[in-house]
Design a protein around this ligand. Structure first.
Ligand code: SF4
Length: 294
């Protein structure tokens, strides 16, 4: 059978995928807002254990599996040879397999060479989820992402050069209220430079056990209201100049669920946000998303 250590996280679009925990935790584990892997010591699972789990899934689920997501937080950081071996096993086990994906931290993309990424793409790793979070250097530093916008663009370009599809996430509210406009504009600009196949927004929410939570407890987090977040989202979407990307804000954290294909649906998305914004503004001054004594 398949065993999972600790809480399991996956992108919304991997809801119907087989989840295989190739690595445990996140090798970086420093982003101030992220509480997903705080309780896990990062390590790569032994290949033999994974082989057994793949064999079990092949026997139990077989032809039903067409997508596999390699957990946990940045499986791409594992050695390329190990990942290739896992991909070979997956291809042999699941005849209908059409996609293998994983989260990629900027740090994991830094350590992978272009040749390794080419090999992994050829072996079947075709999609990476990259938490870009912001294009604003001050915000990236505050989040302790470990890279600035220029480096984020560089590592994303490595994945694109290997013809891996990128799914990039932007964190609304990450800059607080004061830098909201800068964050929205710089985030649109970085996404325009990366030109990912998929782009989505999440809303930053303090989670207990994280540095962000402690900052919020000390009154150092200036969380935008729903109206301010919606304005930020509008600024971000209006700034997108994409040549063929799917946009979604369907993560549970979002205040407004949107979906569309850009550039075709851009104006419709902006119009929808404007309608919601007008309605929210009619109702009066926005409240903070969560009651908090600042
Ligand atoms: S790289 Fe991703 S998984 Fe790791 S701490 Fe940052 S946000 Fe969390």
């Amino acid at each position: 059978m398949i065993t999972y250590e600790g809480q399991l996280y996956r992108p919304p679009s991997e809801a119907n995928s087989l989840i295989l925990q190739a690595t445990i935790g996140c090798s970086y584990n420093r982003c101030t807002f992220c509480g997903m892997y705080r309780d896990k010591r990062f390590r790569v699972r032994p290949l033999d254990e994974l082989r057994k789990e793949i064999a079990w899934a092949a026997a139990e689920l077989g032809a039903a599996v067409d997508k596999v997501f390699l957990a946990d937080g940045d499986a791409l950081v594992a050695k390329a040879r190990f990942l290739e071996d896992v991909l070979v096993e997956l291809r042999a086990a699941f005849p209908r397999l059409r996609r293998v994906s994983c989260y990629a931290s900027p740090q994991s993309l830094q350590v992978r060479t272009p040749e390794e990424l080419d090999r992994l793409r050829a072996a079947g790793l075709t999609q990476l989820y990259l938490g870009v979070e912001s294009g604003d250097d001050a915000t990236l530093e505050r989040l302790d992402k470990g890279v600035d916008a220029e480096e984020m663009v560089r590592v994303a370009a490595k994945a694109s050069a290997a013809r891996m599809k990128l799914s990039c996430m932007i964190l609304l509210g990450a800059a607080g209220r004061e830098r909201s406009v800068e964050h929205a504009r710089a985030s649109a600009a970085i996404i325009n430079r990366i030109q990912p196949r998929f782009v989505s927004t999440l809303v930053m929410t303090p989670v207990e056990g994280t540095p962000l939570w402690d900052q919020a407890e000390r009154g150092e987090v200036d969380e935008p209201s729903v109206v301010e977040l919606t304005r930020e989202q509008r600024e971000f979407v209006a700034g997108l100049e994409l040549e063929g990307s799917v946009f979604r804000s369907n993560h549970v954290s979002n205040q407004l669920a949107l979906a569309g294909t850009l550039p075709k649906d851009k104006q419709d998305l902006v119009n929808t946000i404007d309608e919601v914004l007008a309605d929210l503004e009619r109702r009066g001054p926005g409240r903070r998303r969560r009651p908090r004594s600042l």
